[in-house]
Design a protein around this ligand. Structure first.
Ligand SMILES: *Cc1c(COP(=O)(O)O)cnc(C)c1O
Length: 234
């Protein structure tokens, strides 16, 4: 299965069309192309299609793809976003590759990123619907984490949230609560919306969407085959 730049360009047009249809201005929303689970052809095709903001969930995978990209001639420089569950002991591995840390959700990872990537751009991830077992600080904890990250020298620009799987109404209210807290904290960026909940995110004022399957097709399964339907979550 190959992914080429022309396919990604066409898919990006469809994504931006969905943004417009939901009342958003595509020129004011950053598209982060989420390449997790795909091979190195995904970031390479995205870069050729003009998408330079790339998202990954796992440190080793980010590292491998960053090396493949660096070894490919004539590509624009990527800006890697770390969007997955962050373990403190993995921060060091990718500290010099990551341009934006989107998934800071507790004091230990905030401190580790502040130490290993001084001054880096960061978002605090919130679990706005208070779902069990899901990453993200509570809305109540987030202001202290923002302050802690800033005290550590990080450039905190916004909040990140993941929608509630299979529940559009709960997703939209979680996004609205996230945007409202970002307003209160004076944070300009709200990273909300994936392939399956773009409209809810746009209606709640997202400034950054993180899209994978809508750009690259169904994510391959671990054995390398492609599922017929997109996988829901990692
Ligand atoms: C996988 C993932 C995405 C992209 O999901 P798609 O459904 O492929 O668009 C966005 N954000 C996070 C945090 C993810 O883990």
């Amino acid at each position: 299965m190959t992914i080429d730049a022309a396919d990604v360009t066409a898919a990006l047009e469809r994504v931006l069309g969905q943004v417009s249809d939901a009342g958003g201005d595509p020129d004011r929303i950053t598209v982060v192309a989420v390449t997790k689970g795909f091979g190195p052809e995904a970031p390479i095709a995205a870069l050729r299609a003009g998408l330079v903001e790339l998202g990954e969930n796992y440190a080793q995978e980010l590292q491998d793809k960053a090396e493949s990209v660096a070894a490919t001639a004539d590509l624009p420089a990527p800006s890697w976003h770390f969007i997955g569950r962050l373990q403190s002991n993995k921060v060091r591995l990718v500290a010099d590759r990551v341009a934006c840390w989107q998934s800071l959700d507790r004091a230990s990872v905030v401190d580790e990123v502040a130490k290993r990537a001084p001054g880096a751009r960061a978002l605090i991830q919130v679990n706005a619907a208070a779902e069990d077992g899901k990453g993200g600080a509570s809305l109540a904890e987030a202001p202290d984490l923002v302050a802690r990250a800033r005290d550590g020298g990080l450039d905190v620009v916004g909040l990140m949230a993941v929608g509630v799987a299979g529940d559009a109404a709960a997703t939209e209210s979680a996004f609205a609560a996230t945007a409202s807290l970002a307003d209160d904290l004076g944070l300009p960026e709200r990273s909300m919306g994936m392939s399956g909940d773009l409209a809810e995110a746009v209606r709640s004022g997202t400034t950054m969407i993180r899209v994978g399957t809508a750009l690259f097709g169904p994510r391959p399964t671990r054995d390398g085959s492609r599922p017929t339907r997109p996988t829901v979550r990692d």
